[in-house]
Design a protein around this ligand. Sequence first.
Ligand SMILES: Nc1ncnc2c1ncn2[C@@H]1O[C@H](COP(=O)(O)OP(=O)(O)OP(=O)(O)O)[C@@H](O)[C@H]1O
Length: 208
Amino acid sequence: MISSRNLRFSYSPQKKFSFPDIQCGNKETLLILGQSGRGKTTLLHLLALLLKPESGEVRIADKSSNALSQEELTSLRARNIGIIYQRPHFVSALSVLDNLLLPNFLVNQKQDKVKAVQLAEQLGFTEHLSKKTHQLSQGEQQRVSIARSLMNNPNVILADEPTSNLDDVNCQKVIQLLKAQSASIGASLVVVTHDQRLKDEFSNQVIL
Ligand SMILES: Nc1ncnc2c1ncn2[C@@H]1O[C@H](COP(=O)(O)OP(=O)(O)OP(=O)(O)O)[C@@H](O)[C@H]1O
C-alpha cells in the first residue's frame, strides 16, 4: 500500500507544486490524470522516493519515508517499488534477460531466471530474451519494462505514461497486463498519465 500527505515540491521559486493526497491499498489501482506539465512525473518520482519533498510525507507498506536515511530509502525503493518509467532506461550493453535480472542483483537476491522467463511468457516476449533491448519495438520494450518492474514482487507498482505511445489495441493489452500482474502479486498499482483512453479503466482517480 502507498499513500501521501501534503506533498509539496519545487524545482525553483517559479515552479512550485502542491499535490493532492493519494491513497492506494494492496490490490487496489489508482489513476492520476493530468495534462502535460501538471507535475505527473514529479509526483510519481516523489512517490517512488526518487525525489525528496519540501514538505509532506510518503508512506509505503505502512512505513513513513521521512525518517529514513538515503541508504534506507534506496533499499525501501528497491525492495518495495516497481517503477515503469516514461522512457525505459535499459542497460543497452545487456540482453533483455540480463536487464530483467538487474533488480534482483540490486537487492542482493539470487537472480531468478525462472521468474524472468515466466514473466516473458506471460507478457509475450520469450523470443526476444537474448536480444539487446534496442532491437525491440517500443511496445515490446514497454512489456519488458513491465516485467522488470515485477521481478522483486513489489508492494507498489508505479507506472509513468505506460500507454502514451501505443495504439488502441496495445494500450488495452498493456493496461490489462498491468492490472492482472499487480493483482496476482497483491500490489498497489498507480498509473500517471494524460492518456484519456484510460479514464474508464480505473474506478479510483485523482486529477492534477
Ligand atoms: N529537473 C527539473 N528542473 C526544473 N524544472 C523541471 C524539472 N523537471 C520537470 N520540470 C518542470 O516541472 C513541470 C512538471 O514536469 P513533469 O515532468 O512532472 O510534468 P508532467 O505532467 O509529467 O508532464 P508530461 O506529461 O509532459 O510528461 C514542467 O513544467 C517541467 O518543465
